[in-house]
Design a protein around this ligand. Structure first.
Ligand code: PLP
Length: 220
């Protein structure tokens, strides 16, 4: 068995019904994606619009594409026709743009609000007040073509497992609170290769796994 197929099978078995597996295929060649596809994987995560544009037309039609990285507003129009989920909605202006592009082509685009949970200042995301403002003060019906299905967060890049756990726990608490206040949310995207076991313990419903499936990325 090919190492990619083998690693993927391990995750598929481990996750079962617990969480959706997003196979993060950024920087990887189409042959690698095809191996995963042949193993039954349908959901792929990419973080560059150009790369999505290159891969999407070539892979089978039932492949589901998730945009997991920071998305520039002027590029939303390119992926609007086919993207299955945008994980990184990190500003009101981006949310407005997604709604606008969805309206233009009459397609409702599923989205997650990215919440800033890490201590680092470099990670993108909304703060809790902004999330509450979007969902509770305005209400999701303000963006009928950008359907907010849940939240996404990235923990700090640290060896401190307790810190990672606290960050994920905080996001899960916000998720539960919003649901208790009447929001219809079902996806909590948290966990990557290095921290997904903690994320699952803290209530993740969707993990984004790249290097543990496809091997280390080479950016040169
Ligand atoms: C690259 C990336 C991942 C996957 O990271 P791995 O450590 O390779 O599993 C997950 N989420 C986001 C937002 C990413 O950019």
């Amino acid at each position: 068995m090919h190492p990619i197929a083998q690693a993927l099978t391990k995750f598929q078995t481990e996750l079962q019904q617990r969480a959706t597996l997003v196979a993060v295929s950024k920087t990887k060649p189409l042959e690698d994606l095809q191996i995963a596809y042949d193993q039954g994987q349908r959901v792929f995560g990419e973080n560059k619009v150009q790369e999505l544009q290159n891969k999407q037309p070539v892979m089978p039609d039932d492949t589901e594409w998730h945009m997991i990285g920071h998305l520039q507003r002027n590029k939303v129009k390119y992926i609007a026709p086919y993207i299955s989920l945008i994980h990184g909605v990190d500003s009101l202006r981006l949310l407005n743009e997604i709604d606008k592009q969805g309206r233009k082509i009459n397609r409702v685009i599923p989205c997650l609000l990215q919440v800033h949970i890490a201590q680092e200042t470099t990670k993108f995301g909304l703060d809790i007040e902004e999330v509450r403002d979007i969902l509770l003060t305005n209400g999701p019906e303000k963006w009928p073509f950008a359907r907010i299905e849940g939240l996404m967060g990235m923990a700090s890049l640290t060896d401190d497992k307790e810190q990672i756990r606290q960050e994920f726990r905080g996001l899960k608490e916000l998720f539960d609170q919003l649901k208790a206040e009447g929001m219809f949310l079902h996806t909590l995207s948290m966990g990557m290769s290095g921290d997904y076991p903690i994320a699952l313990e803290e209530g993740s419903t969707m993990v984004r796994i790249g290097s543990s499936i496809f091997g280390a990325r080479n950016y040169t």
